[in-house]
Write a protein that binds this ligand. Sequence first.
Ligand SMILES: Cc1ncc(COP(=O)(O)O)c(C=O)c1O
Length: 397
Amino acid sequence: MLASRIRTSQASSRLGTESAFDVLARARELEALGHEVVHMEIGEPDFNTPEHIKTAGETAIAEDYSHYSPSAGIPELRDAIAEYASRFRGIEPYDRSNIVVGPGAKPIIWNLLSALLDPGDEMLYADPAYPAYESCASYLGAKPVPVTLLESKNFRLDLDELAAKVTPHTKVLVINSPHNPTGGVLTRDDLTVIADLADRHDLIVISDEIYSRNIYDAEFLSISTLPGMRERTIIIDGFSKAYAMTGWRLGYAIMDPALARTVTLFNNNTFSCTATFVQRAGLAALRGADEPVEAMVEEFRKRRDAIVAGLNAISGLSCTKPEGAFYAFANVSAITQNDRALASFFLEEAHVGSLGGSCFGAAGRGYVRFSYATSLGHIDLALRRIASALPRFRSAA
Ligand SMILES: Cc1ncc(COP(=O)(O)O)c(C=O)c1O
C-alpha cells in the first residue's frame, strides 16, 4: 500500500478510542465464520426497545417528522426531559432552556467539553473511565488528570487523591455514578465531600448519570441535589441504557441556560440537529409506561448476581459486586497483568467478547470488563467457556 500523502492534524493524534467498537467488529467477523459468540464486550442492553417507543418512532416517520429540528432539540422533548429530570431526581423544576439534546450522550459530552475547556485547563476524572472524556479533553489541548478508583472501596473514588490533585488550573471534575466500566456507585458521603471540594475550588461538575436507571442496591442520588450544586453541575443522561435505545442515538445534557446556548452552538456547527422522528420516540419513552424500564432493571439484577457468583467460582478470577450499570469488572491480576491479551484470548479461543480493563485507563490494568447485558443462558455459557479455556491461557503464558 502507498504511504498516505495526507497529513492529519496534530490534535487528531491525541484522540483516544472506545475499544468496544473494535472488539465488536472482530466478534462479528468470527460470527461470519460460523462461530457463536457471547457478546459481553459492548455496553448495550440486549433487550429490544419497548413496543410503545418503537410504535411512536414508526408513527413519527409516517407523519413526516423527517425535517430538520432546532439544534437544541424539539421543544416538546426538551419540556418532557426537564419534567422527568426534576421529578426523577427530586430537584426543583428545570425548563427547556436547561436542556440540550443530541444524537447520543457521547456527542453531547464532546460538545460540552468543547464549550468548557481551553488549552491548559485541567479536568479531573476517574480512572478507569468511559474513554470519551479523556479523548476529548486531550484533543482540546486540556490536561486530563486521572484519579484512581479503588477496588477496595468497591470502585469508588479515593477522595484524598481527588483533593490532592486539584490545582489552580482545575476547571472541570467529571463523575460517573453508576460507573462504567466498574459498576461502582458513589455514596451520599462521597458526593458530599466532592460537592464541598467543588464549592471550595469553584469547579464545574459534569455528572454523567446515563446509568441512573441501572442501579440495584440503593436509590439513585444525583450530586445536583446537594446544597449549592444545582448551579455548578451539568447532568449527562440519555435513552441508550435505560430504554434499550442504543442504535436510535438519543441523549441530552442539563445545564445552566447560558452554557446551554453555547453547547447548542456546537450542535449547530457539528450535527445541526438530532433526527426528528427519533426525538418523537424519545418523547414516548418519557411520557409512556415506565414498567419496561423497571422490568429490565430486575432482569439486570439477576444477571449481575449470576455473573458475579460465576466469576468468583473460577480459579484466578475475583469480582466485587457492582451496584449499578451492567458491567462486572473482574480482577484477573492473579492470572496476568496483560488484561487485553486475556480479553483477546477469551474472544478468539472461547468466543466470549469482553474488554481489557486497561482500555479504560491505566488503573484498569489487570481487570477485564464483562457487560452482563446478555441473557442468563448466555452468561452461563460464557462462564463455562471461560473456565474451560483458562488453563490453556495459563500454560501458554
Ligand atoms: C458513562 C457513559 N456515558 C455516556 C455514554 C454514551 O451513551 P450514548 O452515546 O449511547 O448516549 C456511555 C455509553 O457507553 C457511557 O458508558
